[in-house]
Design a binder for this molecule. Structure first.
Ligand SMILES: [Zn+2]
Length: 275
């Protein structure tokens, strides 16, 4: 799919993105526009490499265009700007759906009964398998409801899964991350998750009776949280959601979780709040 779409721009190993597609993608993503000229050049080389390496396929009747591929790949490559394309190794496919899509789920309750249901989702990263994404969500880059970025979220999960299960602790490289160690990372991460959960509980306790926490009417109450409440789900979601905020709304994350922000800056080897 990718090769067919971009074949007129280059060979399979090196896709050359035309200037108009590149400029359109940057203009639509304000948090990428702020990069320096030198960073833009390196980002572009990474995007060209990602587009050559990965197979991108459409699902659900979507017609993928080269502009869409570049738009997604620019967001995907921002987290690895100072890490390298190797951090997306071990998997090949990106599947793009037109909007949120349904994924079959099964949970086993306390009585051992399996409940099957379908869940609408905007993106998902499978360990060792494809990365699935909704174009409607990937297109905006930033949702109306805050620093939401489904592309960075799912690619952060891929980085997290490089060293096994998604647990919020990505692998550290001795050369790239001399100051990072697992014990401190885990301690700061647990602390941050606990704090978010405590704030979330407080909000839920103060919700007026009659307002369902899952209902849109509850959104203004959750707006006081420094991060999307989904981050409180577990450590892996906290890592993915705070990675979105790190790149899209960094100052707010830095003010709310300064120690965690500093660790993310050391890990991604970037400090977006200073851009
Ligand atoms: Zn997630």
């Amino acid at each position: 799919m990718m090769k067919a779409l971009l074949s007129r721009f280059g060979t399979a190993r090196s896709v050359a993105i035309p200037d108009d597609l590149w400029n359109a993608a940057l203009a639509a993503l304000p948090f990428v526009t702020r990069l320096s000229v030198e960073e833009h050049a390196r980002l572009r080389a990474l995007v060209e490499r990602l587009l050559a390496d990965k197979e991108m396929a459409a699902a659900g009747g979507l017609e993928l265009t080269a502009a869409m591929l570049v738009h997604i790949a620019v967001q995907a490559c921002l987290p690895i700007l100072n890490l390298g394309i190797d951090w997306y190794r071990g998997w090949t496919s990106i599947v793009v759906y037109p909007t949120e899509f349904l994924v079959p789920r099964a949970i086993t309750d306390e009585a051992g009964v399996v409940h099957e249901y379908v869940e609408p989702i905007a993106g998902e990263a499978w360990d060792g398998g494809p990365l699935l994404i909704s174009w409607e969500d990937a297109r905006s880059g930033r949702g109306e409801a805050g620093p939401y970025n489904v592309v960075i979220h799912e690619f952060a999960h891929k980085i997290d899964m490089l060293n096994g299960d998604a647990d919020g602790v990505p692998p550290f490289d001795r050369k790239l991350h001399p100051a990072l160690d697992c014990a401190r990372w885990t301690a700061v991460l647990h602390d941050a998750v606990d704090r978010l959960r405590a704030e979330l509980e407080l909000i839920e306790r103060e919700l007026p009776p009659g307002i369902d926490p899952d209902d849109e009417a509850a959104d203004p109450y959750y707006a006081h949280l420094p991060l999307d409440p989904y981050a409180a789900h577990d450590e892996s979601e906290f890592f993915a959601v705070s990675s979105e905020a790190f790149f899209v709304d960094p100052a707010r994350l830095r003010d709310a979780f300064p120690q965690w922000y500093a660790l993310l800056a050391a890990f991604f080897r970037q400090d977006p709040a200073t851009r």
